[in-house]
Design a binder for this molecule. Structure first.
Ligand SMILES: Nc1ncnc2c1ncn2[C@@H]1O[C@H](COP(=O)(O)OP(=O)(O)O)[C@@H](O)[C@H]1O
Ligand SMILES: [Mg+2]
Length: 315
């Protein structure tokens, strides 16, 4: 077929975009898995493991090993995609400047015939449209690669802290920041009900508890498939700080209500779910001295509740 500059660049950038999307998906999975490995190590140290847990943990460790390898493999190409993109943008700018100079020159000194030829060349190669598109595509691609690099560096932070940092925090604050991140993606069609009552502070790692809340919110949003009501509550009952996420999705059949907490159990398409969210979440909450429970009547939605021990006023 006919070679055009616009076509060439667009295809080049589209390929990079596809590749970036692929990497982003893998990385998100890797982050979840990485957290699991940390938890397996922690549990191993604490040395109170039964046989069932051991099998589960071996499964987690194997996945984690794979994931950290994948994360490592990704950070290198992500780096050169970013730097190539910078170079590409520089060339684009040079190219634009050269075009402007040619136009100016033709405007001042060109014969009618030359100007006509030039217009034809531009039209054949669809150059004006290509130049317009390229700027946008480059900006989008840059945003994508920056996100990948941020996730990769978060992964390193996880590795350093290992979730050991503990402090006093408010569950409601944690809910609110998780919500911002989740609703950004799922806002359309989902009605949000926030029903917060005052609860005591808790002790732990707010980033980890935030991760649990996000898992539950994403699950709720996915279960409702774009339309329904998500209700978030905080309560202080029976000496427990409780935070619950309810949805109006299809609910969970009784025979699956324990199984959903197993690592790798998922009913979602690849790319939609890893089957690790609830396994990680339960691990995290149990490490905080709490529990994660589900209550669901099929056809009438599901409620997931985080129970955390309150921190006494004077502590
Ligand atoms: N709010 C919910 N409503 C219905 N089913 C749910 C809900 N949350 C979780 N599940 C079920 O539990 C499974 C495991 O969840 P999770 O561990 O988060 O993994 P993933 O979301 O990657 O599938 C899901 O695949 C789904 O079948
Ligand atoms: Mg999930």
């Amino acid at each position: 077929g006919e070679w055009t500059l616009g076509c060439f660049f667009t295809r080049l950038v589209q390929e990079e975009l596809n590749w970036l999307e692929f990497c982003a998906e893998r990385l998100v999975g890797a982050v979840e898995r990485y957290v699991l490995v940390q938890q397996v190590r922690q549990q191993g140290k604490e040395n109170k493991i039964n046989q069932g847990q051991l099998i589960t943990m071996e499964k987690m460790a194997a996945i984690g090993l794979l994931a950290s390898g994948v994360a490592h493999e990704i950070s290198n190409p992500a780096g050169y995609v970013r730097s190539n993109l910078g170079v590409l943008e520089g060339y684009l700018e040079d190219f634009r400047n050269a075009m402007e100079r040619i136009e100016k020159l033709l405007g001042e000194k060109g014969t009618a015939e030359l100007v006509g030829e030039w217009e034809k060349i531009k039209k054949d190669a669809d150059i004006d449209a290509a130049i317009e598109d390229l700027g946008e595509i480059a900006a989008e691609t840059k945003e994508g690669i920056e996100r990948i690099i941020t996730i990769a560096s978060n992964l390193r932070t996880f590795a350093r802290n290992g979730g050991k940092e503990r402090k006093r925090f408010q569950v409601q604050k944690c809910i609110e920041s998780s919500l911002t991140m989740v609703m950004y993606k799922y806002k359309s069609g989902i009605e949000l009900v926030q029903d917060y009552r005052p609860v005591p502070d808790v002790l732990g790692n707010p980033a980890e508890v935030g991760q649990v809340l996000m898992n539950l919110m994403v699950n709720a949003a996915q279960a409702m498939n774009g339309s329904g009501i998500m209700t978030i509550r905080t309560r202080f009952e029976d000496d427990w700080v409780k935070a619950s996420i309810s949805d109006t999705g299809p609910g969970i059949p009784p025979e699956l209500q324990e199984k959903i907490f197993e690592p790798l159990f998922t009913t979602k398409e690849p790319g939609q779910g890893t089957g690790l969210g609830l396994a990680i979440s339960r691990e995290i909450i149990e490490r905080h001295g709490g529990k994660l429970t589900v209550d669901s009547t099929p056809g009438r939605g599901a409620t997931f509740t985080i129970w955390l021990p309150p921190l006494a006023e004077e502590e």
